[in-house]
Design a protein around this ligand. Structure first.
Ligand code: GLN
Length: 448
């Protein structure tokens, strides 16, 4: 498989030929179920796989949900326009958990996605199609979305690189909203350099998204410094929630980082379990409001009823899957009178506390090193309850609540299954986390 860096050097004609080959390969590897349909191209340029919740003009965008079947995007997301401005294009749509709610990519209306490293295991979620395709050799690179870990965790489970940008770094215009105060679009790639190239292309202020930030100097991430020595925050105590293999991968990586010349600083963060509680209250509260628009009147599928109310009920009951309905109910519950103060407001306070806690950590460290997930990719149907699945997000959701950038990269294997670790940076310090990840990737490659 070509890297993105290599693909960008091909002549337009060679690139078109390559895309034909790639489409063929996607068919041959249809067992992965990483694409929602046979791929097509949005124009000339290097092909980038797009998660099925990012609008590509004229394409049917469904967020892996029956309710959006038949919805044709009337415009491009800003991230897609930016691909076109940087000699890239959208090439195919990636399967995902319905409305990006999930950690396993088992809840799509197109069926579950498989992990290319071992097809009995999930690829992670919700950007499971993106990570499965990149790791499985059927996509050069992909754009996913990360609300609570959906780029980093599937990258970790499948063994590729995934970056969640600082909130406001990348425009959300044209990304179907799950939880607007947490969502970010970001790259899933074969290596750190490609990740920097793709992030570079999609970053920047967009007048169409008022939460996208205007930065003084125009930043580019193309020049990476693998030798940059940093003070790295180590969260040993947090490891108690991780499996033995993940713990070992973490400590082994620490030794390598130290040998590379980084300084390790031991740090403590309050109980990560509060992160999960705050995240699942705030994200569902925002989701129930964002998903209220899918009622059969304007978007996608409509089921007829004897009156408007019945039309709504039938469309939403049939159109949404079980996990999405669970979250809509949870969101309405935490916002309802009497519970609003007890849950929603309390979770907002917890969020402010988490922001503060990360600020404190960054007084002492330049980046923080943490696991991405407490275990390797589980088998299908491994979570007995939804809560069990939610708990597997323990290391990722805090980063979204604090709006920080984080990059996940593979550092070890347990049998056939990869283990990823993440570098978390202060807001808008993507350069720093890319540099340190690039250095670690280089050493790991040398060591084979
Ligand atoms: N697994 C988390 C959830 O289910 C994160 C999803 C995401 O980042 N889109 O909400």
């Amino acid at each position: 498989m070509l890297t993105l860096e290599e693909a960008l050097k091909l002549s337009p004609q060679a690139l078109e030929e390559y895309k034909c080959e790639l489409a063929q390969r996607v068919l041959e590897k249809s067992e992965l179920n990483a694409y929602v349909s046979a791929p097509k191209s949005s124009g000339a340029g290097a092909p980038i796989l797009i998660k099925d919740n990012i609008n590509v003009k004229g394409w049917e965008i469904t967020c892996g949900s029956q309710i959006l079947q038949g919805y044709i995007a009337p415009y491009n997301a800003t991230a897609i326009d930016r691909l076109h401005q940087h000699s890239m294009c959208a090439f195919g749509l990636a399967n995902m958990d319905e409305f990006a709610m999930g950690s396993t990519s088992e809840s799509s209306c197109y069926g579950p996605v498989k992990n290319p490293r071992d097809t009995d295991h999930v690829p992670g979620g919700s950007s499971g199609g993106c990570a499965s395709a990149v790791a499985g050799g059927v996509a050069i690179a992909a754009l996913g979305s990360d609300t609570g870990g959906s780029i980093r965790q599937p990258a970790s489970y499948c063994g590729c690189v995934g970056l969640k940008p600082t909130y406001g770094r990348v425009s959300r215009y044209g990304l179907v909203a799950y939880s607007s105060s947490l969502d970010q679009i970001g790259p899933i790639t074969q290596n750190v350099r490609d990740c920097a190239i793709l992030l570079d292309a999609i970053s920047g202020h967009d007048p169409k998204d008022s939460t996208s930030v205007v930065l003084e100097a125009s930043q580019t991430f193309k020049h990476l410094d693998p030798k940059r020595a940093l003070r790295i925050g180590v969260l040993e105590e947090a490891l108690k929630d991780a499996s033995v293999e993940v713990q070992k991968a973490y400590t082994d990586s620490l030794h390598i980082l130290e040998k590379m010349g980084h300084t390790l600083v031991s740090q403590r963060i309050g109980d990560h379990k509060h992160h999960i509680a705050a995240y699942y209250i705030l994200s569902t509260a925002e989701a129930c409001s964002n998903l209220a628009r899918f009622d059969g009147v304007r978007y996608g599928k409509r089921l007829k009823g004897k009156d408007l109310k019945e039309l709504y009920i039938k469309t939403r009951s049939k159109g949404f899957g079980a996990e999405v309905k669970r979250r809509i109910m949870l969101g309405n519950f935490v916002l309802s009178s009497g519970y609003y103060e007890a849950y929603y407001l309390k979770a907002q306070r917890a969020r402010a506390h988490i922001v503060h806690e990360y600020k404190r950590l960054f007084e002492d460290a330049e980046v923080i090193f943490a696991p991405v997930a407490p275990c390797v990719a589980p088998e299908f149907n491994a979570h007995a309850t939804p809560l069990e699945m939610y708990l597997s997000d323990i290391y990722t959701v805090g980063v979204n609540l604090a709006g920080l950038p984080a990059i996940s990269l593979p550092v070890a294997y347990h049998g056939k299954l990869p283990i990823g670790m993440q570098f978390i940076g202060p807001a808008f310090e993507e350069q720093r986390i890319l540099d340190v990840a690039y250095g670690l990737e280089e050493i790991l490659e040398l060591e084979g």
